[in-house]
Design a protein around this ligand. Structure first.
Ligand code: 5GP
Length: 188
């Protein structure tokens, strides 16, 4: 049995993860696609729940084995990718896969799966508001904040290539928009 793919992509700080977690709680036929990464786990993250954490060498080995549906070096020496076995696992359970991946990865999956995939871009209301949100989150020093903002402004250029854009101005509106888009797509 093969299921579908619901792909959420956005610059960091756009509220993408909140939306994805909301949908997972709501829809029992959706399962979160756990990515592999070579970055170190953060303190509240768990192996096999948030990511499969592997070393950069192991990651490169898997790239050579063609184990990934898509992968990227999102930051230097920090690889992220979707394992083929992960999506197969979800489909075998009779579920659809829900992705929280970066913009280029999202578009790569869309290109590969076409109508079986729905690609949704979560857009912050503006770069200024994104900067305020990232600053108030307080997780970054000035250099990595700049890095995130540069990446965000590049990523915003890709928004129009997605099937849908959800502007995350008020979270409750963004949640209900995302829910409606996903429900309609899964019904088709
Ligand atoms: P973080 O380190 O904050 O968890 O994630 C950094 C970025 O990598 C985010 O934009 C996240 O969506 C993206 N990302 C997570 N998993 C994947 C993946 O499997 N493939 C790609 N291309 N990006 C991913």
């Amino acid at each position: 049995m093969t299921g579908k793919l619901c792909i959420f992509s956005a610059p960091s700080g756009s509220g993408k993860s909140t939306i994805v977690q909301h949908l997972i709680k709501l829809a029992p036929d959706l399962a979160f696609s756990i990515s592999a990464t070579s970055r170190k786990p953060r303190k509240d993250e768990l192996e096999g729940r948030d990511y499969y954490f592997i070393s950069p060498d192991k990651f490169r080995e898997k790239i050579r084995e063609n184990a990934f549906l898509e992968w990227e070096e999102v930051y230097p020496e920090q690889y992220y990718g979707t394992l083929r076995t992960e999506v197969e696992r979800i489909w075998k359970e009779g579920k659809h896969a829900l992705f929280d991946i970066d913009v280029v990865g999202g578009l790569n999956l869309k290109r590969e799966f076409g109508d079986k995939a729905c690609a949704i871009f979560i857009q912050p209301p503006s770069l200024e508001i994104l900067e305020q949100r990232l600053r108030s989150r307080g997780a970054d020093d000035e250099i990595s904040l700049r890095k995130r903002l540069d990446k965000a402004s590049a990523e915003l250029q890709y928004a129009s290539r997605f099937d849908y854009i959800v502007v995350n101005d008020r979270l409750e509106h963004a949640l209900s928009d995302a829910e409606r888009i996903v429900r309609n797509f899964l019904k088709k």
